[in-house]
Design a protein around this ligand. Structure first.
Ligand SMILES: [Cu+2]
Length: 67
């Protein structure tokens, strides 16, 4: 499981965008976005390299992400 702290998730549209970006990087994973805390939980994906790859993709999409 990967857990990322993501900033800039302000509405349901952001939740959908973040979910889509993560799913593209981690096909088949279960993505949960907590809008209040900015915690994104990715079940079915593991490892620091994958976490970094997802964080980079989220940052490119406009959402600062830290593993
Ligand atoms: Cu939004």
């Amino acid at each position: 499981m990967i857990e990322l702290k993501v900033s800039g998730i302000t509405c349901d549209g952001c939740v959908r965008t973040v979910t889509r970006v993560v799913e593209r990087k981690a096909p088949g994973a279960t993505v949960q976005v907590d809008r209040a805390t900015g915690i994104v939980t990715i079940e079915g994906a593991d490892g620091a390299a994958k976490a970094g790859e997802i964080a980079t993709a989220l940052t490119a999409a406009g959402y600062d992400a830290a593993a």
